[in-house]
Ligand binder design. Structure first.
Ligand code: SF4
Length: 336
């Protein structure tokens, strides 16, 4: 499904088409009160996301037949990690693994563009699940792990962007997550069309986004798109998708952002006054010194793109990687 927001084309405002990503999400986040204590987890970000993505919910604990409310579960380490009831030690590991495998099998025809899971849950947690020595009053050991469902899921879906609702409180992590799910949803559409012209358009519109993430993979993707070896489109798209995911799973670094912004600045340096150049470079330095967010120098350039009607840059996804409506400057304290 497609929905539209503002973009610019031939110097005029137009609507940009965003493909709605499909996100797999833990059922207890803003959907059902299915936690062990009968509660639901609140997340203002997920609430907002409801209008912009298709959610597919799953509660693995309810799916294996547990009631709500129920006794709490935990992970214990005997010879290997086991999922057990915290009080009685009854072991649910095999049941949960079995459900996870059949659920994943059932997903084969569904395109998932991203995953949001509940933090710290022994079923859904991504990396921050406590591990106990045993059931009952036994203490935790100094180790964190993944929930049983998540472990099975990640084994099958290695390239998918996966976050928990806790990490998504961080501005930078949220930006990255949104950027990836919209880019991947767009790429899946290119794959569906199996048209080299579509791939060339995609590569061209994502050039500066890729430059910010990974200049090496940008070059690699350029070569794949050029397809000098005249390979068939399926092969090209398969390889392209691999390196595109690799590029976008790279951690963003301020110095790479600065380098990308300087490339964009180069388009306008002849048209700008000395004061405008100084103004931009000062803000770029402020960004390097963590005094202002990345959006400050980027939006200065975006203003010039519109003012000088630069047709090529007008459609660069770096200026609008996801619907602006989803932009929220709230942060847990480590981002922006
Ligand atoms: S964390 Fe996962 S298993 Fe636990 S209630 Fe939420 S969806 Fe269900």
């Amino acid at each position: 499904m497609i929905y539209k927001i503002r973009l610019y084309e031939r110097g005029q405002l137009r609507m940009r088409n965003f493909r709605k990503p499909t996100i797999l999400i833990s059922g207890c986040i803003e959907d059902q009160p299915c936690r062990y204590d009968g509660a639901m987890v609140k997340s203002s970000f997920v609430k907002k996301l409801k209008n912009h993505v298709n959610f597919m919910t799953v509660c693995p604990e309810v799916a294996i037949g547990l009631p709500t409310p129920r006794q709490a579960l935990r992970i214990i380490l005997s010879k290997e990690e086991r999922l057990v009831f915290s009080k009685t030690g009854e072991d649910l590991t095999e049941k949960m693994k079995e459900f996870s495998k059949s659920f994943i099998k059932g997903l084969s025809a569904t395109e998932i563009h991203g995953v949001i899971l509940k933090s710290r849950s022994p079923s859904c947690g991504i990396k921050d699940v406590k591990v106990y020595k045993n059931y009952g009053k036994a203490p935790c050991i100094p180790k964190k792990t993944s929930g049983v469902f998540t472990k099975e899921f990640s084994n099958q879906f290695k390239n998918i962007v996966m976050e928990d609702e806790g990490r998504l409180l961080n501005y930078n992590i949220r930006q990255h997550f949104l950027t990836r799910i919209y880019a991947v949803a767009d790429l899946k559409e290119v794959k569906r069309k199996k048209d080299i012209k579509e791939l060339i358009r995609f590569q061209s519109e994502n050039k500066y986004l890729l430059m910010a993430y990974s200049p090496n993979n940008l070059k690699k993707l350029g070569k794949i798109t050029a397809n000098h070896e005249k390979r068939n489109i399926e092969e090209v798209l398969k390889e392209y998708e691999y390196y595109f995911n690799k590029a976008l799973s790279t951690e963003l670094k301020p110095m790479r952002n600065v380098n990308m912004l300087l490339h964009l600045f180069g388009y306008f340096s002849k048209d700008l006054s000395k004061n405008e150049k100084v103004f931009f470079l000062e803000h770029l330095e402020n960004y390097s010194n963590k005094k202002v967010p990345f959006s400050v120098p980027l939006e200065i350039i975006h203003g010039w793109v519109i003012r000088f009607k630069n047709k090529y840059l007008l459609n660069q996804t770096i200026f609008e990687a996801f619907p602006k409506d989803l932009l929220e400057v709230t942060d847990s304290g480590k981002g922006v």
